[in-house]
Design a protein around this ligand. Structure first.
Ligand code: GLA
Length: 581
């Protein structure tokens, strides 16, 4: 068992240093888990840091998923087989640039619940989740001979609140359900207040930071006079928002700071060792002065690239680690092969407005979550009573509204630009108003996590409230059976799903480029590659080799706006965009 003694960790009674790296199973194709774990071992890591996304495992109350990319027991088993240990971080909140920070949509849309506090309604949901999760991972706890040596309580809680009773409830909940392993909290180490508020005096405090190692460790030491010094998230890269620059961190600077941390006797978890991809609609968003959704790639400029390739940063960090703990004396694997295929024609189409769904009628618009849906789109329909020009105001929505009048494009409102009104012209009384409302990702950090999607308030025309709505949820969780029809070479006028086929002789990793396409999402062989947007920074989407087939492959692209092309390309190289200064 892992214990602390004085300023050290002890494993089976002997001094032990945790050299871990974060790697999220839910961001890696399951057929690539073994490869990534092996590369963690070769870096010299002895532990993998594993978050658990509650919202993915429990999309609806009472419904549990542990299959495919969510097969947590299989992932933990593979880590154990590789001889590595696990830092287990089940939240229940995980942040992680993940939709809603891992909190399920049915909680983040309910204004009556105080998230991440000791509000009984929130704790009841947490308890029901842990009642399901903990028996599943129990065999993997160290006291049963499994790899989980320590378990985190909440996540950077001091950056959010100071409800000690809530933290205590999580600790007691772990203990009551049979977790006897070492517990820890993590908080931003440059803030004494966060370190203080986010922890409990009988639970090990750890810090999260990427630089200024000496000050971070000194602050942690001040708040916690004894105990092992640990950086639970050493930020060796960073993430990107749509429309922003691509963030990188110099490998030398990351390796030097890691070296400093290890030289000071610290334990560490690299955030991220391997970032992976926000497949489908899983990426989160930030909300400060404006709403900023996170991109699809979670490459993070981590030591192991999005496609699992070893980078220069990996080599520099491996050399730093080797000075302090044994690193396997084995050659490093060569880069993964890649494949390209230009000019894939998307020659059939279906309008997003024609995707089958169940229309629900109501006087006032219903939110996405009230329709029982978490991701994708809601299509709202009503009529404008009068002909002529008017001001259409959508008083509250998340996150993007495309407006159509009698089926013709009539404008766009974006939450990220704080827009609510636009001029429209109805050509007749009773013109059909259609609003396509997109969920672009739930806020995963800070006070803005109550983040319901869809229409959230009245819609007015010329100041008069519109009523009599029909709304259809369009989750796009399965695009394989949609009613595509031949589109010839007609260019997509959005929002349209386009479909095409391409043939490959050999299967390897690839990168989907969509030059001339504006904004949407893509799937290959039914696998959701994620969202794309012309404004970048990323210009390609990672296509994991196991998604592709030798022979005929099917691609589906959703274009929300309009495209000047009816083809897309598979490229052999990624393009994550222009780097921030
Ligand atoms: C914090 C969180 C992580 C992640 C990083 C930024 O440290 O704990 O989940 O959001 O910030 O990537």
């Amino acid at each position: 068992m892992l214990e602390t003694a004085g300023d050290e960790f002890l494993w089976q009674g002997r001094p032990f240093r945790i050299v871990a790296g974060a790697m999220h199973y839910f961001r890696i194709h399951p057929e690539q888990w073994t490869d990534r774990i092996e590369k963690a071992r070769l870096l010299g890591l002895n532990t993998i840091d594993v978050y658990v996304p509650w919202n993915a495992h429990q999309p609806r109350p009472g419904e549990m998923r542990f299959d495919g990319i969510l097969d947590l027991p299989r992932y933990l088993g593979l880590i154990a087989e590789a001889g590595l240990k696990v830092l287990f971080r089940p939240g229940p909140y995980i942040c992680a640039e993940w939709d809603g920070g891992g909190l399920p949509a049915w909680l983040t849309s309910d204004p009556s619940i105080k998230l991440r506090t000791s509000d009984p309604a929130y704790l009841k949901a947490v308890d029901e989740w842990f009642d399901q999760l903990i028996p599943v991972i129990e065999p993997f706890l160290a006291h049963h001979g499994g790899p989980i040596i320590a378990v985190q309580v909440e996540n950077e809680y001091g950056a959010f609140g100071d409800d000690e009773q809530y933290l205590r409830h999580i600790v007691d909940g772990y203990r009551r359900r049979g977790i006897t392993e070492l517990l820890f909290t993590c908080d931003q180490a440059h803030s004494e207040e966060m370190l203080r508020n986010g922890g409990l005096d009988d639970v090990l405090r750890t810090g999260t930071f990427g630089g200024k190692v000496d000050t971070a460790l000194a602050t942690l030491r001040k708040i916690q006079p004894t105990g092992p010094l640990m950086c639970a998230e050493f930020w060796n890269g960073w993430f990107d928002h749509w429309g922003g620059p691509h963030h990188t961190r110099d490998g030398r600077s990351a390796a030097d700071d890691l070296e400093k941390l290890l030289a000071a006797g610290g334990s560490v978890s690299l955030y991220m060792f391997h970032g992976g991809t926000n497949f489908g609609f899983t990426s989160g968003a930030n909300l400060k002065h404006a709403y900023e959704p996170t991109i699809t790639s979670y490459d993070y400029d981590a030591p192991l690239a999005e496609n699992g390739d070893i980078t220069r940063k990996y080599e520099l960090m491996r050399a730093a680690i080797a000075k302090h703990v044994p690193v396997p004396d084995q050659p490093l694997p060569a880069p993964a092969p890649t494949v390209g295929h230009s000019g894939i024609v998307l020659d059939s189409a279906v309008s997003l407005l024609d995707v089958p769904g169940t229309p629900v009628e109501s006087a006032e618009p219903l939110t996405m979550e009230a329709l029982g849906q978490a991701d994708g789109f809601v299509i709202y329909r009503t009529t404008l009573p009068e002909a002529g020009p008017t001001v259409l105001t959508v008083t509250a929505y998340s996150d993007r509204v495309q407006v159509f009048l009698d089926g013709n494009p009539a404008g766009l409102l974006e939450r990220s630009r704080h827009e609510r009104s636009l001029p429209v012209v109805a050509s007749r009384p009773g013109a059909e108003l259609t609003l396509v409302v997109e969920n672009a990702g739930r806020v995963n950090y800070g006070p803005g996590m109550l983040d319901p999607k869809g229409l959230l308030g009245p819609v007015t025309a010329g100041g008069a409230e519109l009523s009599g709505w029909t709304q259809t949820a369009v989750p796009l969780d399965d695009v394989t059976g949609l009613p595509f029809a031949p589109a010839g070479t007609r260019l997509p006028i959005g929002p349209t799903l386009r479909r095409g086929e391409f043939t490959l002789d050999t299967v390897a990793d690839s990168y989907l480029a969509l030059p001339g396409w504006e904004r949407g999402a893509a799937w290959i062989n039914g696998f959701p590659l994620g969202r794309f947007a012309a404004r970048g920074p990323q210009r390609t989407l990672y296509v994991p080799a196991p998604v592709l087939k030798a022979g005929v492959n099917e691609i589906v692209v959703l274009e929300l706006q309009a495209s000047s092309s009816d083809t897309v390309d598979l490229l052999p190289e990624p393009d994550l965009g222009i780097v921030a200064d």
